[in-house]
Design a protein around this ligand. Structure first.
Ligand code: BES
Ligand code: MN
Ligand code: ZN
Length: 516
């Protein structure tokens, strides 16, 4: 992964491949003119104060994510200046939004893929800005090339190395290396970004290599490394415990399901949060098979579990003063002679029976068992994360996740936490009338209801498996979990690590006593 460092060196003397500066669409006088953002004064001076004019000549506008490269001024040790657009300049006396800094740093880091070292001379108002720039750089530098020829196959096919590695080092200017808040912000950015990037790796790993057993083994190893208690229930233990939902979904696969419980505890904790993640390592739909065109990206269906895993490890690494328990509900949804059929009834871990009318509505089945299990410890709140419904994508698009909850204040708190860390989310209702559509003539409930409002129907199903009196929120990340279009800001193509930062923020807020 990219290393993150701080430097107090003058821009001209920096030994780096590039210096990153920010540019924005000027707001003063409403002229929409290009302005150079604070932090780049020394660079601008070296161009005789004409950096904005030079960039305008090159076609720069300051638009968000726009990258313009130009030769560094004479006398500079670094050969290249990279100007990245921050969007609109803030009003007078206001500062750049952390998310604008995060995105700009990400776009610049991605443009510098293959470089050794880049210095970021972006506007740093406070420690939060520094953290955002650090996060943006580390997340934007992410490269997924684990399955590409990196030269080792050259002898075999005579072809050159395929692709470039990530930017090796990002050094941030404008920080105070001795300032405690600055140091803490940097450490937080590194921890959260490393774990988030690991979640991306897991999501991107092809499903023939990441089955439930493999995922559980990775979680087990990480837990051991970071002092997290871990329990893995294999198919035998799941059968003994009566986890009918997880077993029913995994029944068709030759790779057996797992339920992983990760317990991070702090001696100073006053509160307990539980995170539950949907971990379908591949969703073929099962007997209700998905058609071609709908199954190519379904390795991403474990993104919720990847987010929960990353968040628990990040909480442990940051030593947050809160207990966090993560549950990864892992199964592969495949059709076969042993698969669950539409019409089968499953007896869930809670004791409730579910008539499976559509085997492609499998996420709610594995989550239901994990929610029941999570409820046993009576945590102060449970948050589940899942790529649950195509309906949520239709409702909110591919960059925003939906938040449902059994408590309006908690739903609002989760939404605010998401906004704070730069994740787009939106509150969704759980309309009571939609429960009727899930009535089953045979079982206590069916796993499908009305097609309209399918994301809310799924939320209502989950709600029935949350223990009495426990505050709960459900994040449907089907849209933002996997980026099928081109990269933008600090978001790469493929697995995005959606919800990781929101979960970490929720743990921080709970530790500080600011949540629930
Ligand atoms: N994993 C899918 C939802 C999904 C779709 C995630 C697209 C990411 C991108 C989920 O298991 C599913 O198949 N849901 C069904 C539910 C339906 C059968 C009630 C859906 O949304 O169509
Ligand atoms: Mn499905
Ligand atoms: Zn699914």
């Amino acid at each position: 992964m990219t290393a993150l460092t701080l430097s107090t060196a003058a821009a001209s003397g920096l030994r780096a491949d590039a210096i990153v500066v920010g540019v924005a669409k000027g707001s003063a006088s409403g002229s929409g003119d290009l302005v150079v953002a604070p932090g780049a004064e020394a660079v601008d001076q070296a161009y005789d104060g004409k950096l904005a004019d030079v960039l305008k000549t090159l076609g720069a506008s300051g638009a968000e994510g726009e990258v313009t490269k130009l030769p560094a001024p004479s006398g500079f040790k670094a050969p290249l200046v990279v100007a990245v657009g921050l969007g609109a300049e803030p009003e007078k006396d206001a500062s750049y939004e952390p998310e604008a800094l995060r995105r700009a740093a990400g776009a610049a880091a991605r443009a510098l893929t293959g470089s050794k070292k880049a210095a970021f001379a972006l506007p740093v108002g406070d420690a939060g800005d520094l953290g955002a720039i650090g996060e943006g750089a580390l997340l934007g530098a992410y490269v997924w090339d684990a399955y590409k020829d990196k030269g080792d196959a050259k002898a075999k096919n005579g072809k050159a190395k395929n692709g470039k590695g990530p930017l090796a080092e990002a050094t941030l200017l404008g920080a105070k290396p001795r300032d405690r808040a600055h140091k803490a912000a940097l450490e937080r950015a590194v921890t959260v970004s490393e774990e988030l990037n690991r979640a991306r790796d897991l999501i991107n790993t092809p499903p023939n290599d990441l089955n439930p057993e493999a995922f559980a083994a990775i979680a087990q190893a990480a837990a051991k490394e970071h002092g997290i208690k871990v329990q893995v229930l294999d198919e035998k233990a799941l059968a003994k415990g009566g986890y009918g939902g997880i077993l029913g979904v995994g029944a068709g696969s030759s790779s057996a399901p797992r339920l992983v419980k990760l317990s991070y505890t702090s001696s100073k904790a006053k509160k307990h949060l539980a995170f539950v993640g949907k971990g379908i390592t591949y969703d073929s739909g099962g007997i209700s098979l998905k058609p071609a065109g709908h199954n190519e990206t379904m390795k991403c269906d474990m993104s919720g579990a990847a987010a929960v895993f990353a968040a628990v490890v990040a909480a442990a690494r940051l030593g947050l003063e809160v207990n966090v328990t993560g549950y990864l509900a892992l199964a592969e949804n495949m059709p076969s002679g042993s698969a669950t059929r539409p019409g089968d009834v499953l007896r869930m871990y809670s004791g409730k029976t579910v008539e499976v009318l559509n085997t492609d509505a499998e996420g709610r089945l594995v989550l239901a068992d994990a929610l029941t299990k999570a409820s046993e410890e009576k945590p102060d709140a449970i948050v589940d994360v899942a790529t649950l419904t195509g309906a949520m994508m239709l409702a909110l698009g591919s960059r925003t996740f939906g938040i449902m909850a059994n408590d309006d204040a908690f739903r609002t708190a989760v939404h605010e936490a998401a906004e704070e860390v730069g994740e787009a989310a939106w509150p969704m209702p759980l309309p009571e009338h939609l429960r009727k559509g899930m009535e089953s003539a045979t079982a206590d409930i069916a796993n499908m209801g009305e097609r309209m409002g399918g994301g809310l129907v799924a939320g209502l199903f989950l709600r029935e498996f949350v223990g009495e009196g426990i505050t709960w929120a459900h994040l449907d990340i089907a849209g933002p979990a996997f980026n099928e279009s081109g990269p933008f800001g600090y978001t790469p193509k493929g697995g995005t690590g959606s919800a990781v930062r929101t979960l970490v923020r929720l743990a921080e807020l709970t530790a500080a006593g600011d949540l629930g």
